[in-house]
Design a protein around this ligand. Sequence first.
Ligand code: APR
Ligand code: PHB
Length: 394
Amino acid sequence: MRTQVVIVGAGPSGLLLGQLLHKAGVDAVIVERQSAGHVLSRIRAGILEQVTADLLDEAGVGERMHREGLVHNGFDLLWHDRRNRIDLEGLTGGKKVVCYGQTEMTRDLMDARRAAGLPSYYSAANVAVHDFDTAHPHVTFEHEGALLRIDCDFIAGCDGFHGVCRASAPREAIREFERVYPFGWLGLLSDTPPVHHELIYVNSPRGFALCSQRSLTRSRYYLQVPLSDKVENWSDQAFWDELRLRLDQPAREALVTGPSLEKSIAPLRSFVTEPLRFGRMFLAGDAGHIVPPTGAKGLNLAASDVKYLAGALIEYYAERSEAGIDSYSERCLKRIWRGERFSWWFTQLMHQFPEQGEIHAKFQQAELEYLLHSEAGKRTIAENYVGLPLDFGD
Ligand code: APR
Ligand code: PHB
């Protein structure tokens, strides 16, 4: 079998890339380790920057997002029992974000791919990438008992943090930068109306909390917990009790609780791989970088990688130009590092770090006082939250 691009991984990065390439007439095959049902069962953040929403439109899959997504003009930052509104729209000259679950976006992309009859192999075992340092790369895997081989021009590594593509890059050609945070986020999803019409990010002495949502009837809440905590030891009741203790009076009173649909603990990590290109193989999305979820940047950075990569590949086929391919890694990494910086900074601003001593708590207090009493301070949060431009000057 032969195609132009093999996309490894059918998460949002792989599916979005597939759709953009298809629109431009570039052939691609997707190879995914898990079943489609498993991919759709993963619960992830759901705040889309304008750049990401625009890209869904460009890919022709934005219709349901416009219908069902909730446009948010701002969010609340709760600290010392006081709500501080970060007026995204007012502080950024009209920019907003869209609250739309990543699972829904993935479903829309899967449906569009299926409707267009584009080739995808789910439940592929032992996926391996070969010869990407030559002009003739290929990908092998097992599917329904058969060993398959796809020859291609390029391999797009959209296979997430635990994927095979980054792991196959030569060790001497790759640099990895990593910070693991000393706590996790315990998340709970419930069919209850959100406590507030926008998100509330909470810095409380008992730890960070986040009140988020998926729709007008489905809520997503998070609590900062020690990494040693086990999800089995957190009953729904214990979760709601702890969340109440981290909220202010109005939110405590408005909070509607109910049985959890899902509950899990996720570790927090900052991670970047350099470069993102190895010959004819490219990394995009979580395969190349991870952010802590505090700024909701993971999906949005994945989307900008995909935009650059789709553009580079389309340019290659249309004009036989390698300019986009050659600049892909450097161009992506500029935006990635800015997203990484914001996510790291917002994480250290909003969480408790007892192991860093009282001086850290004092610095954090002074910084919050400064930011929340300064128009410039709030603007710097807002500007990063809505998403930085796709391209920066030098
Ligand atoms: N072969 C084929 N597919 C693989 C392999 C492999 N060896 N390893 C992993 N995969 C698949 C995973 O099963 C998954 O479906 O690659 C896909 C990667 O998807 P994601 O982890 O969702 O990564 P990505 O598409 O880059 O999406 C980034 O996910 O974690 C969030 O915050 C992040 O929202 C961002 C988004
Ligand atoms: C979520 O809704 O899951 C969510 C929203 C915002 C974040 C992180 C997670 O910063």
